[in-house]
Ligand binder design. Structure first.
Ligand code: FE2
Length: 200
């Protein structure tokens, strides 16, 4: 699988196929040997990303442009760590339940790191490691889950088009229009026929 050369996003986003063992969800869960997944492969699944300057998010023109172009009018922050999140253990368990949303899940990591796991076309888990400066969009209808890594801390900006709806629909929810649209747009599509251009 070709990995684009010299893409600045690669310093803050890495992705790989997961192994099948049930050890601590915060471990990397690499396969042996490791099987990395390119950012192009992620974009074919509708998972798009940017690298931004997280020290400068209040005045960052690149972030402003993305928000304007994609209509991300809503923004807040979510800090996940044992000390700051009420009902931490329960929330962590819920985040790691496989689910989908009827809208995009947009997260910009401004501190710390974490894993967003997404299903590929063959229902295999891809682990997406997001670090400071990485912004990713999980498309509506993709099955996914989240966990902290062993650093146990992330601060993420959450963005949304209009009033936010965070409702998770735990798998299976295949009858939802958002899931059907996702299947049509990304799962049934031939590889190479890119529906989404991450750089656009
Ligand atoms: Fe989610």
């Amino acid at each position: 699988m070709g990995v684009p050369f010299n893409d600045p996003r690669e310093e803050v986003i890495e992705a790989w196929y997961m192994d099948d063992n049930d050890e601590d969800q915060r471990l990397s869960h690499h396969r042996e040997p490791k099987e990395y997944v390119s950012l192009d492969h992620l974009s074919e699944l509708g998972v798009i990303s940017w690298r931004l300057n997280a020290d400068n998010y209040e005045t960052d023109q690149d972030l402003k442009k993305i928000r304007e172009e994609r209509g991300y009018s809503y923004m807040d922050f979510c800090e996940v760590c044992p000390e700051k999140l009420p009902n931490y253990e329960e929330k962590i368990k819920n985040f790691f339940e496989e689910h989908l949303h009827t809208d995009e899940e947009i997260r910009y990591c401004v501190a710390g790191s974490g894993y967003f796991d997404v299903r590929d076309r063959n229902d295999k888990w891809i682990r997406v490691w997001v670090k400071k400066g990485a912004m990713i969009v999980l498309p509506a209808g993709i099955y996914h889950r989240f966990t902290l890594d062993t650093n146990n801390y992330i601060k993420a900006m959450r963005l949304f088009v209009g009033d936010p709806v965070w409702t998770p629909f735990n798998r299976p929810h295949d009858h939802l229009p958002a899931r059907e649209e996702y299947i049509k747009g990304f799962v049934m599509k031939e590889v190479g026929d890119h529906a989404v251009n991450a750089a656009a």
